[in-house]
Design a protein around this ligand. Structure first.
Ligand code: CO8
Length: 259
C-alpha cells in the first residue's frame, strides 16, 4: 500500500504531499493522523524552515473529507471527528514554521478548510475552491465557517457556504482567498521560491511575526498591539536583530543565525 503522505525535504523546505489521488486525496482518519504526525516532527526539526502542503496528481489538492467514511457516523462521532480535525488544523496554524498550501486542483470542503488553516496559499490556474457541504445536507465542520469569513469577509463566505458553489483560482485571488495564481506547471516552483524567500530570514523573527498575527487576531486590537510590542521587544534580545541592523548600516547582506 502506498504511503498516505509523502515527505521531501530540500534546502530547508519540507514538502508534504497528500497521496490518495485515486479518490482525489479525500481525507480519511489515517491520512489526517499521518499528516498530524509529520507536522509534529517538522515543527521541531531544524532542517525544516518552511513547510509546503500539496496534493498528489493533477486534479486535486483535497476533494474534502472522505464521504464514504462519514455517511454512517452518529452525531456524537461526527462531532468528535470534526473536533479532532479542527485540532489538527489548529496545529497547522500554530506550527512554529510558516506553512504554504500549494493548491494544485480541487480544494473542497475539508480541503478548502485545510488550505485556509495554512499561512499562505499559492494556487495553480486549474485550482478551484468550495464548501460544498450544504449539498450533502451538512455544514462545514473543520472551522470553515470561522476562517473563511475572517479571510474573505462575511458576504463572500456565506455565498460560498450557502450555495456550495465552487470558485476558480482567479476569483479566489480576487477575493483574497489565495496569495497568487500561477500556471499549473509552475506551481511547485513558485511555492518553493516563496518558501525560500522566507527561509532566508531570521527564523526567530519569522516565528514571532507569525505568532503576532495568529494570536493577535484572537485579541482585541489594543491588547494585540501590546502583545506585538512585547514580541517586538523580544526581537532585541536576539543576535539576528543586531546582525540585521548592522548589516543594513554596513551595506551588506545580513547573515542570520536564528538566535
Ligand atoms: N470522498 C470520497 N471519495 C471522493 C471524494 C470525497 N470527498 N471526492 C471524490 N471522491 C472519489 C469519487 O467517488 C471517485 O471515486 P471512484 O473513481 O471510485 O468513483 C473519484 O474520487 C474521482 O471522483 P469523480 O469521479 O467524482 O471525479 P469528477 O472529476 O467527476 O468530480 C469532484 C470531481 C467535483 C471533486 C467530485 O468528485 C466531488 O464533488 N467530490 C466531492 C466533493 C465534496 O463534496 N467535498 C466535501 C466533502 S464534506 C467535507 O469535506 C466536510 C469536512 C468536515 C467534516 C467533519 C467531520 C464529520
Amino acid at each position: 500500500m502506498s504511503e498516505p503522505v509523502l515527505l521531501h525535504t530540500e534546502e530547508g523546505i519540507a514538502t508534504l504531499t497528500i497521496n490518495r489521488p485515486e479518490v482525489l486525496n479525500a481525507l480519511n482518519a489515517e491520512l489526517v493522523e499521518s499528516l498530524r504526525r509529520h507536522l509534529a516532527i517538522l515543527d521541531s526539526d531544524p532542517r525544516a524552515r518552511v513547510i509546503i502542503l500539496t496534493g498528489a496528481g493533477e486534479k486535486a489538492f483535497i476533494a474534502g473529507a472522505d464521504i464514504g467514511a462519514m455517511r454512517d457516523l452518529d452525531p456524537l462521532a461526527a462531532r468528535e471527528t470534526a473536533l479532532l480535525a479542527q485540532e489538527f488544523l489548529n496545529d497547522i496554524e500554530r506550527c512554529a514554521k510558516p506553512v504554504i498550501a500549494a493548491v494544485n486542483g480541487y480544494a473542497l470542503g475539508g480541503g478548502c478548510e485545510l488550505a485556509l488553516a495554512c499561512d499562505l496559499r499559492v494556487a495553480s490556474e486549474n485550482a478551484s475552491f468550495g464548501q460544498p457541504e450544504i449539498n450533502l445536507g451538512i455544514i462545514p465542520g473543520w472551522a470553515g465557517t470561522q476562517r473563511l469569513p475572517r479571510l474573505v469577509g462575511k458576504g463572500r463566505a456565506l455565498e460560498m457556504i450557502l450555495t456550495g458553489e465552487r470558485i476558480d483560482a482567479r476569483e479566489a485571488w480576487r477575493i483574497g482567498l489565495v496569495n497568487r495564481v500561477v500556471a499549473p506547471g509552475e506551481l511547485m516552483d513558485e511555492a518553493r521560491k516563496l518558501a525560500l524567500r522566507i527561509a532566508e530570514k531570521s527564523q526567530v523573527a519569522v516565528r514571532l511575526a507569525k505568532e503576532a498575527v495568529i494570536n493577535g487576531l484572537e485579541m482585541d486590537e489594543r491588547r494585540a498591539g501590546q502583545y506585538e510590542a512585547d514580541l517586538f521587544g523580544l526581537c532585541f534580545a536576539t543576535r539576528d536583530q543586531k546582525e540585521g541592523m548592522t548589516a543594513f548600516l554596513e551595506k551588506r547582506k545580513a547573515m542570520f543565525q536564528d538566535w
